[in-house]
Design a protein around this ligand. Sequence first.
Ligand code: ZN
Length: 429
Amino acid sequence: MGGKYRFIPELGPDELAAKQLEGLKWTVSHTSRNSPFYAAHFKGNSIEAGDIKTLDDIRKLPFTTANDLKEGYPLPLLSVPEEDVVRIHGSSGTTGKRKILSYTQRDIDTWKNMFARCYELAGLTTLDRVQVCVGYGLWTAGAGFQLGSEHFGAMTLPVGPGMLEIQLQILVDLEATCLCSTASMALLLGEEANKAGLTEKLKLKRCIFGGEAHTPKMRRQFEESLGLESSHDISGMTELYGPGAGIECQAQDGIHYWGDQYIAEIIDPVTLEPVADGEIGELVVTTLSKEASPLVRYRTRDLTRIIPGECACGCSMPRHDMISGRSDDMFIFRAVNIYPGQIGSVLEAFPEASSEYQILLERRQGLDHMTVNVERQPGVSADNDANLAKAICDRIRKFILVRANVEILKPGLLPRSFAKTKRVIDERL
Ligand code: ZN
């Protein structure tokens, strides 16, 4: 072929559209035959696989929501026999609310290929050394970054999150050239490297970061302190394989997404109609080859817009803008997506605590901290506050998988509102 890329296919608009239509037809046929959820979902909306004749016919299909995943817990949207599932990943959430997604071997292969494209578009070569400083385990982050890096052919250094001393040691001794982390971790590592006088010894050229909100200021700061040539925001979500669904290129004008693997629609979150080209709305995704947990018009709640036109970098894959927010109230804490309501459900287990709570998010020394202020129920003695705080803290850790500092306040201390109570005070940015 002799193309520009090893992993990224170069498709003209017509070729891409043909591939999308083929994948859409396959997905609708596959899910209506093999998924009880989708079969019922389509039937309820009088849709048959044969109704999909053009790409525009996607609008005939019903939306799928996070709620559908919740109702199908623990194996929502499952569209293959269980014996074909080789991997499970999940997101944060209380029991029954956690999103659990399953993968066949082909799904894993699709994911690692999409991820390899990300490294390629960020400008890495097989001589690069990739230090992965994100969470491993149930999360998709660590597994995705590692799979992709190995498939791409770079030397992979799977350190995991935290452990600053070890991070610095590996960065220096193994001469890592690419850091994969959250923006706040990159910021923190830059500061620590400076303090330890190691800045000169770093060989880092790039940082691939994602999973939480960041500001251009933060970005400039860690690019400078780590001596980077460039940094690249990576996109993705557990429902859509994980991170690696798209990435910023060298031209840094939006995120190229892998349009041959999923269709991105932008809708008005209220009317549910498509917005005009280039306007901001909610991102809705439909997978084109996902076997185990396919997505059909899945409402991501992420707000973004399609960037029309060709990118200066020469990559023909389509682009969307940075995610500018959520169509609901989710916040991201240390790369974990959290809804205020999840904290509320944790508190429900404690009769000594009132339902009034407030979440305070702060950034100290580059790390995010969460304080959950909870009011004691009127009539309950303050003597037990320390135990109550610890029990709530433990339960948050258990169900939401993050560490929060819990403060018990006397009844009536938190602000009240007749309208929507502001549950989250975000002082991080
Ligand atoms: Zn580009």
